[in-house]
Ligand binder design. Structure first.
Ligand code: NAP
Length: 168
């Protein structure tokens, strides 16, 4: 079975975004995001793509949208399932690890909840105002492995930890 991951950073009140942007500045989490996704297929909603502003280099960018059909440097699909199928085919063709990484936002996380089987979760140690939230999940169905912990400093606005949860 292929791994379908959610790669997400959320606050203690489950906020993941505000005004189509991230609500914090966490340089080391962005580094982690880059390292985790390099050379892999990443699936995102149109709004997340627009908030990033360009295709992420050295990754297979897959954007889900009904309003846009073509974006330079990006594979656009009007159905989430088709985007994921494309990612799986890409992995197979290039003999890559069998993982499709969903990078958000809230709409795409919600729609892929039933098929997601890994969460790479950055837990940001703050309660913060926002307008998009990561869905509630029954974590009893997951086993946790701590990846790293980071203290607030000049590059990271808040303390945060990164954990990897695998569906049992
Ligand atoms: N903290 C984090 O880890 C994280 C990660 C990612 C994003 N974010 C934040 O999340 C926010 C964006 O999230 P969002 O929930 O507003 O938007 P989103 O999920 O990024 O994108 C929503 C758009 O995706 C398309 N879409 C969604 N479901 C679809 C479906 N079933 N079929 C076809 N198209 C579909 C639609 O595009 P069209 O309107 O073009 O049809 C929809 O408007 C931003 O604030 C961003 O910074 C945070």
């Amino acid at each position: 079975m292929s791994v379908i991951s959610h790669l997400v950073a959320m606050a203690k009140n489950r906020v993941i975004g505000v005004n189509n942007d991230l609500p914090w500045s966490l340089s080391d989490d962005l580094n982690h995001f880059k390292q985790y996704t390099l050379n892999k297929p990443i699936v995102m909603g149109r709004k997340t793509f627009e908030s990033i502003g360009k295709p992420l280099p050295q990754r297979i960018n897959i954007v889900i949208s009904r309003s846009l059909s073509e974006i330079e440097g990006v594979n656009v699909f009007s159905e989430v399932e088709d985007g994921i199928a494309f990612a799986n085919q890409y992995n197979e063709k290039h003999q890559l690890e069998d993982e499709v990484i969903i990078i958000g936002g809230a709409q795409i996380f919600n729609e892929t909840l039933p098929i997601m089987n890994r969460i790479v979760l950055t837990q940001v140690d703050c309660e913060i105002a926002g307008d998009v939230f990561y869905p509630e999940i029954d974590m009893h169905n997951f086993s946790r492995k701590n990846v790293s912990s980071h203290l607030k400093n000049e590059k990271n606005q808040f303390d945060f930890s990164i954990d990897l949860y695998e569906k049992i």
